[in-house]
Design a protein around this ligand. Structure first.
Ligand code: AMP
Ligand code: GLY
Length: 431
């Protein structure tokens, strides 16, 4: 526990940031700012300011006006816009990388070249392009399936994978017809995805339990990619389809990346595809995952503010203690999300119906006359329990909190879907 009360500014107004606020609020004076007024964060914070996440000057002004000593930056858009740089220049310690280091997420071409140049393990075969026509021809000529990725931020919605979502001809057309100039084309990775997040500061790397997110919009992993429809974690550090060695291989990748980045501060998020030959890197994020933060932080028993103060003071990061609980997170999203979301709709969320589950508000906006949807995910429920099945039941019963008009992937964390993951890995491993 921190000995003095720190004043902490939280940047961002999604479900991830509501989970961060819940972790921080008991142990500090918390202030928050985001473009949407998130009622969950506003209720936990001493002050909430409506400010664009990329508006570094306004965020610095707010940090100074509330006397913040520390800042936690949730969204990648803020990192890309140099919010950590600006806060640092104003003397506020930001737990989040500067814009240059955040390129490990915000520039996928940089990220792949960085892995190759620094011999970071787990890098897929790839090429980078600054000409869509050249990228499209490469797709057609490549021997095997590919993933095509705009190099910049797309909210998780820019990637197309051949042999899965689209044909090679469709992927080539997508590259030609999109507005993006710069592309990464890489080998299609086949396997089961998992996430490992690490707290990083002063050269220390402290990793957290593995999580599986669900990117596709509809049940059975169908439909377009989203920012993530929900996620689960198990008791312990691994997931039912992976071994301790798989987890350790992912940790090795994160440690090698941090070594090569030299001076990175914040959360480094590795997303991995586990195949027969071990994990390969799908991507890095320069911040907590959303939804993954909602799995990790509710089971973190070490005060998060202790990580922040150790990072700022140049001390070793504390060893982290986690409750031995499984978690299942399910997002409720506006009808039509992600392609044609019903934004600006008035909604009702009855927090009291969530029961023992946690309810995290996400991209909703609280106005004088009620709560409104935006174009992104609305709120999430998180169940905890001594097994994934128990956590899933708790999450599912909490969904009564939602009125009509939401879409939920009810299959996340169910025994059937988890078993499919286990069977898929066994098949890939030839077991
Ligand atoms: P990203 O925006 O890089 O997170 O990618 C979004 C999603 O696309 C990932 O969660 C994967 O499901 C998929 N994806 C990205 N890269 C690859 C790849 N090389 N092979 C197969 N799937 C991929
Ligand atoms: N869960 C994926 C992301 O946060 O980008």
């Amino acid at each position: 526990m921190a000995e003095t009360t720190e004043t902490v500014l939280l940047v961002g107004g999604g479900g991830r940031e509501h989970a961060i606020a819940r972790s921080l609020a008991p142990d500090c004076d918390l202030y928050a700012c985001a473009s949407n007024r998130n009622p969950g964060i506003a209720a936990l914070a001493a002050g909430f300011e409506t400010v664009g996440e990329r508006d570094a000057d306004a965020i610095v002004d707010y940090a100074e006006s509330v006397g913040a000593d520390l800042a936690v930056i949730g969204p990648e858009s803020a990192l890309e816009a140099g919010v950590a740089d600006a806060l640092g220049a104003a003397g506020v310690y930001a737990f989040g990388p500067d814009a240059d280091a955040a390129r490990i997420e915000t520039d996928k071409a940089f990220q792949r070249r960085f892995m190759r140049d620094n011999d970071v393990p787990g890098c897929p075969d790839f090429e980078t392009f600054d000409d869509p026509e050249a990228a499209a021809s490469f797709v057609a000529d490549y021997d095997g399936d590919v993933a095509v990725k705009p190099v910049g931020l797309t909210g998780g919605k820019g990637v197309r994978v051949t042999g899965d979502q689209v044909t090679k001809a469709e992927a080539a057309d997508y590259v030609r017809e999109s507005d993006y100039d710069d592309w990464v084309v890489e080998e299609r990775l086949v396997g089961e995805e998992f996430t490992v997040q690490a707290f990083v500061a002063n050269g220390d790397v402290v990793t957290t339990p593995a999580i599986q997110d669900h990117k596709r919009a509809y049940e059975g992993d169908e439909g377009p990619n989203t920012g993530g429809m929900g996620s689960y974690s198990d008791t312990g550090r691994t997931l039912p389809f992976m071994t301790d060695d798989d987890y350790e291989a992912a940790v090795d990748v994160i440690e090698a990346t941090v070594d090569a980045l030299d001076g990175y501060t914040g959360v480094l998020y590795g997303q991995f595809m586990l195949g027969a030959d071990g994990p390969k890197v799908v991507e890095f994020n320069a911040r907590f995952g959303d939804p993954e933060a909602m799995n990790t932080l509710p089971v973190l028993e070490t005060p998060f503010v202790d990580v922040l103060t150790a990072a700022r003071d140049g001390d070793p990061l504390p060893d982290l203690s986690f409750a031995d609980e499984a978690t299942v997170c399910k997002y409720a999203v506006p009808a039509g999300y992600p392609t044609d979301p019903d934004a600006g709709a008035r909604i009702e969320v009855d927090e009291s119906s969530a029961g023992d589950a946690l309810l995290f508000y996400a991209s909703v906006d609280e106005r004088d006359d009620g709560l409104y949807t935006t174009t992104s995910r609305s709120f999430a429920v998180v169940g905890r329990g001594d097994s994934i099945a128990a956590a899933e039941r708790q999450a599912e019963s909490a969904l009564d909190a939602a009125g009509d008009g939401f879409h939920v992937r009810h299959d996340i964390g169910t025994a059937d879907l988890v078993q499919r993951r286990i069977d898929h890995m066994a098949e890939l491993r030839g077991e």
